[in-house]
Design a protein around this ligand. Structure first.
Ligand SMILES: [Zn+2]
Length: 276
């Protein structure tokens, strides 16, 4: 999965190191990432494009490589790098580039959405002691925002519910998923989403594991569940275009999945889901 990068180590402690020549820089512009030959540009490359070290915000390190975010994207940077989809990091060479890209994207979107104080409208400042944006006038503070969401594999013996989203051009089969609402427990969300999306009652909830998924700013929490009663699927057609019971041997294979959903689908397909 995305976060499984051993023996490499992700370091998230807040610090303010000076950029070194071989450190890497993530550059986002609208919906795209700006890359250098399909890779994150180095600090040396950015300096050649006229970027000063003061414009580089430290994000995190993997092993001893620091990753920075370019704060202001200039025309010289746009002209010197090539635009790619933000998801390009998923197929980038290197076992941890996908985690780096997703996490940098999550932080970029958070910084961008919090440039101004939500209480009084004053431009926010980056806090120097912790990862936070602080208003210099009213002192309101915003910490990195993570939206928890659940994914649930609903089983009935050797069958599982698979769905396809309505709003994707070429959707893959996925599991039931949804954001946790304010005031809910994780378990409340699992039951609610199962009922809302496919009209099924479930029981025997079992926590599987979790995954940071920066592409959507979420922390995904995975659950196994069993059908409780009637197996008739009633689809939420606004959100889904398909919802079906699929036999274990017919679950489509996903080699080396990065995401929790397809990791759980693979476990079910191979008969490795928990049985009691
Ligand atoms: Zn303020």
């Amino acid at each position: 999965m995305l976060q499984e990068i051993a023996p490499h180590v992700y370091h998230n402690e807040f610090q303010n190191p000076k950029p070194r020549e071989t450190d890497l820089v993530t550059v986002f512009d609208g919906r795209g990432a700006l890359l250098d030959g399909g890779r994150y540009p180095t600090v040396t490359r950015m300096r050649k494009l006229g970027v000063s070290d003061e414009d580089l915000v430290y994000l995190f390190s993997i092993d001893d490589t620091a990753f920075f975010l370019l704060w202001e994207v200039t025309d010289a940077v746009r002209g010197g790098l090539e635009m790619d989809r933000v998801e390009a990091c998923r197929t980038m060479e290197g076992p941890y580039m996908a985690l780096a890209g997703a996490t940098a994207l999550h932080l970029y979107r958070w910084y961008r959405a919090n440039q101004f104080c939500g209480c009084c409208g004053t431009p926010n400042q980056r806090d120097e002691k912790e990862r936070a944006m602080r208003c210099p006038v009213c002192n309101a503070i915003v910490y990195p925002t993570i939206a928890p969401a659940i994914v649930v594999a609903i089983r009935d013996g050797d069958r599982i519910v698979l769905t396809k989203y309505a709003d994707r051009a070429t959707p893959r089969y996925a599991l039931i998923a949804g954001f946790i609402e304010i005031g809910e427990t994780m378990e409340d969300t699992v039951h609610r989403e199962a009922m809302e999306e496919v009209g099924l009652k479930i029981k025997n909830l079992r926590y599987h594991g979790n995954q940071p998924w920066g592409f959507s700013g979420t922390l995904m929490l995975g659950f196994w569940a069993d059908l409780d009663g009637d197996d008739t699927i009633t689809l939420d057609r606004q959100e889904l275009k398909e919802g079906v019971w699929v036999r274990r041997e017919d679950v489509p294979e996903t080699p080396n999945p990065l995401d929790l959903t397809h990791t759980m689908m693979e476990l079910f397909r191979k008969g490795l889901d928990p049985k009691d």
